[in-house]
Write a protein that binds this ligand. Sequence first.
Ligand SMILES: [Zn+2]
Length: 83
Amino acid sequence: MNNTRLYSPHPFCWRPAGGERHATTERPGEGQTFTALCGLVAEADLSEIGWFFATCGACNARAHELAAVPMPSAPDASGAREC
Ligand SMILES: [Zn+2]
């Protein structure tokens, strides 16, 4: 049995940066530069407000792949919303 990943069930974590929450395989602290799964290079914003940023769509899709969790089906793939 392999317990080396006991404290990291998934190979990525979420960090607010640049107005969105991005997933990354790094573990950046406040103000540290990291590369997100979507390719964005940004500084981690660990302020309280940062955790309310919207989730980056590209990172979300990649994170679901890494976690082997299927994405919920989107009602409208075009991104257009009527409300
Ligand atoms: Zn992203």
